[in-house]
Design a protein around this ligand. Structure first.
Ligand code: SF4
Length: 320
């Protein structure tokens, strides 16, 4: 079993890693500890990262200039740079070979449509006292202490907040960009009790010293184009959050980390099979879990899988 990533008595945990652990502890072992992911799953991650970078460009510009996409300089200062970014991305030689419909033209269509759809925003981009726009804001904050056989370990909650929006010059809300190939009527259901959103609210309150009462899910639905269906859709919703649920999230997360340390100490992360066939398809480790124990390492470290280089500070949150 690989060691836990504890550095100088600090254990860093982020939303995606925690979510993996809470879905199935075995998938945390493969993904978070052994750091292996299915090669195929990289396409969606890379495409989502590209869309995030385009949105980052736009909202940093809006935060700095106070202008909207209606401004005459938007085409040159934002849209042209977004197109450059997309074209540079597709010139890369290390892209996964299953990008399929996620081409340069498709990515440009998504972003140009997004800019038209949200030509003005109902919020402004929040800024720090020194004027820095709160866009793609990284954080690593002390959450609490958990016992470990080697002594007490400080748990650090880390990640990146996509965007902090200010509504009516008063209410702060973090915005989470979610690129998804699914969408559908129940798109927001998963985010109503989403523990990660409580974690981002907890971090934002620490960063700005103000209470957070809502968060925003900003969905970019990017389906495979078909003759009849709608390939590209935008869905956005503000969801409420209360202070007690943010405090409970902190307690809950520390207890989960305790459990994680316990699983690691006994060198066994149980299989939790309810997620083997999720609503977005089979778990990426299904073939691994489906072979006898002695064959799993061969599959996991073979060509079907690749190293998981995802980082909460460099990459967007994982979505469907
Ligand atoms: S296939 Fe099932 S048991 Fe195996 S890691 Fe995935 S969810 Fe867990």
């Amino acid at each position: 079993m690989p060691p836990l990533p504890i550095v100088d008595g600090h254990f860093f945990i982020d939303n995606s890693t925690l979510e993996t652990y809470t879905k199935c502890r075995r998938s945390y072992e493969y993904n978070g500890l052994r750091r292996r992911i299915l090669r195929e799953s990289r396409a969606g991650l890379e495409f989502g990262k590209l869309l995030h970078e385009c949105l980052e460009l736009r909202y940093k510009w809006e935060g700095k200039t106070g202008q909207s996409a209606l401004d005459t300089t938007f085409d040159k200062e934002v849209e042209a740079k977004q197109v450059d970014l997309i074209e540079a991305f597709f010139r890369r030689t290390d892209l996964p070979d299953n990008m399929e419909y996620r081409t340069s033209a498709y990515a440009q269509e998504v972003i140009l449509l997004y800019n038209k759809y949200y030509i003005t925003e109902p919020f402004t981009v929040a800024k720090l006292a020194d004027g820095t726009p709160l866009v793609e804001t990284p954080f690593a904050l002390e959450l609490g202490t958990v016992d470990h056989p080697s002594g007490p370990v400080i748990v650090m909650w880390s990640g990146k907040i996509d965007l902090v929006s200010l509504w009516d010059n008063r209410d702060l809300m973090h915005v989470d960009h979610k690129s998804s190939k699914m969408g559908g009527e129940r798109f927001f259901d998963d985010y109503i009790l989403d523990q990660g959103q409580r974690g981002y609210a907890w971090a934002l309150q620490r960063i700005v010293g103000q209470p957070v009462s809502h968060y925003v899910i900003n969905g970019l639905i990017c389906r495979k184009p078909t003759q009849t269906g709608t390939a590209i859709e935008f869905k956005r919703r503000r969801l409420p959050i209360d202070q007690d649920s943010i405090l409970e999230w902190q307690e809950n997360t520390l207890r989960l980390v305790e459990d994680l340390f316990r699983d690691h100490a006994r060198a066994y992360f149980p299989m939790e099979t309810a997620w083997c066939n999720g609503k977005f398809g089979a778990c990426q480790y299904k073939d691994v879990c489906n072979v006898g124990r002695t064959g799993r390492g061969v599959l996991l470290y073979g060509n079907l899988f690749t190293d998981n280089t995802w980082s909460p500070l460099n990459d967007p949150h994982k979505t469907s």
